[in-house]
Design a protein around this ligand. Structure first.
Ligand code: NAD
Length: 462
């Protein structure tokens, strides 16, 4: 697989000072497919300096010109869409059709949406006797995970550039190749040197050096709650802005009036998609006790269809972690109706599509984010019970409600402590604010709300 042996710094690919490398592994056959630099603290420092030096010029660039660069970036990504899909398939293991439809297509749409927003946003407004300017926050550290590797990069870098911020990106060590493709696209789009910089590297080395760097004004992080907590504490001590997109344990609430078969089938597909490595996945299915047995049977049948169609997990550590959760589910008394902890293949980091029935709300598999193809089906007594269960975790990222009547579903959704709810299978909207209540995070990504995260106001009184 094609890879750059440098970091993208101040408009060019340059060798990392650290001299260390990361092996990129194909999770399907466990073979090393490429090597990229593992940047150290000195490399991160050079990247932050480049971003800081480029900030005044980019911040002063007219929004129309920033919009033109983002539009060119969208086009540069679109021109590489096949290469992007093949790269994500190689380093994440996602089936090619899914990489094309989601991992390549969604970030292209999001980049386009920010070209549009940069052109239309009112960076100046009148409030009574004041003129309020929306100014860039400054140098942004973007630290991203591997599960939607290009989407998560674009969801941070595109609004940051639209706002007039400059960026240092530290992508996940498992998926650096698509981040390098992104840097090529930024270069081809004519974004000035230093405005965007890429340092590939390990989380506790390059990631930590970036999050702690005094030259960074805002840290935008997506990943585990444990790392998010540390980053927030460090940023808090430095009185630095922070945006966190963390885990989820979202509820799929099927009310008695719903089309049960449709709700269960879409619910299972939602969890199995991307092999369950989706922070917003509806991993808890809540079903009324009178429909419970029928729903479990429908979920079992649906899961069986995914047998060979889902890809592996990203790496051996994630595979071991997910298998550990399945074993824990069995040990705590949940009933396995599909899949199990035994890997379905000898080679590759695969886990079988797994469904648990008789899951109670306090069980570990109903409380913690598993990040694999594992669905828990829970029984509720009445609507109040369903609401208590739905809201009964530390998370609040997404969710779903199904009902015969849309108004009934909306009424329930309004009582859920969560940032997004899909009504009767509503589709993903790249312009809708995405982000968490409770411990699912701080701040919002995508659309106009995502742009606002990278802006600060200055009011002039007359
Ligand atoms: P992680 O939080 O360790 O990694 C996410 C990013 O943070 C990566 O770029 C990583 O290099 C970086 N990082 C790691 N340690 C760091 C540190 N000390 N300082 C700064 N940056 C650091 O996540 P993981 O280990 O890859 O996955 C573990 C679990 O996290 C998953 O099982 C899942 O539950 C959760 N997760 C959630 C999301 C999400 O979209 N919310 C994404 C990935 C993982």
């Amino acid at each position: 697989m094609k890879a750059h042996d440098g970091i993208y710094l101040d408009g060019a690919w340059r060798p990392a000072l650290s001299g260390e490398v990361i092996d990129v592994v194909d999770p399907v056959d466990e073979q090393v497919i490429a090597r990229v630099p593992a940047a150290g603290a000195e490399d991160v420092d050079a990247a932050v300096r480049a971003a800081r030096a480029a900030l005044p010029g980019w911040a002063a660039t007219a929004p129309a010109e920033r919009a033109a660069r983002l539009s060119a970036l969208r086009d540069a990504l679109a021109a590489r869409k096949d290469e992007i899909a093949e790269t994500v398939t190689a380093e994440l293991g996602a089936p090619l059709a899914f990489s094309q439809a989601v991992h390549a297509a969604v970030p292209i749409a999001v980049a386009g949406s920010y070209a549009d927003l940069a052109a239309r946003h009112a960076f100046e407004e009148k409030v009574g006797n004041s003129t309020v300017f929306h100014e860039p926050v400054g140098v942004v550290a973007a630290i991203t995970p591997w599960n939607y590797p290009l989407h998560q990069v674009v969801a941070k870098v595109a609004p940051a550039l639209a706002a007039g911020c400059t960026v240092v990106l530290k992508p996940a060590e498992d998926t650096p190749l698509v981040a390098q493709l992104f840097a090529e696209a930024v270069h081809d789009a004519g974004v000035p040197a230093g405005v965007f910089n890429l340092v590939t590297g390990l989380g506790p080395v390059a990631g930590q050096a970036l999050a702690e760097h005094p030259g960074v004004d805002l840290v935008s992080f997506t990943g585990s709650t444990a790392v998010g907590r540390t980053i927030a504490a460090t940023a808090g001590a430095a009185v630095k802005k922070v945006a966190l997109e963390l885990g989820g344990k979202s509820a799929n609430v099927i009310l008695p009036s719903a089309d049960l078969a449709k709700a269960v089938n879409v619910g299972v597909a939602n969890v199995m998609s991307n092999s369950g490595q989706t922070c917003s996945a509806w991993t808890r299915m809540l079903v009324h006790r009178d429909q419970y047995d029928e729903a479990v049977e429908l979920a079992r049948t649906a899961a069986a269809k995914y047998g060979d169609r889902i890809g592996p997990l990203v790496n051996a550590k994630q595979q071991a972690r997910v298998r550990g959760y399945i074993e824990k589910g069995v040990a705590e008394g949940a009933r396995l109706v599909a899949g199990g902890a035994e890997p379905p293949r000898e080679r590759g980091y695969f886990v079988s599509p797994t469904v648990f029935a008789d899951v109670t709300p306090e069980m570990t598999i109903a409380q913690e984010e598993i990040f694999g193809p594992v669905l828990s089906v829970l029984r509720y007594e009445d609507e109040e019970d369903a609401l208590r269960i739905a809201n009964g975790t530390v998370y609040g990222l997404a969710g779903a409600v199904w009902a015969g009547d849309e108004a009934e579903a909306v009424a329930f959704a309004r009582r859920m402590d969560t940032g997004q709810v899909d009504i009767n299978g509503g589709r993903f909207n790249p312009l809708a604010p995405f982000g968490g209540y409770k411990q699912s995070g701080v701040g919002r990504e995508l659309g106009a709300h995502g742009l606002a995260e990278y802006l600060q106001t200055k009011s002039l009184q007359f």
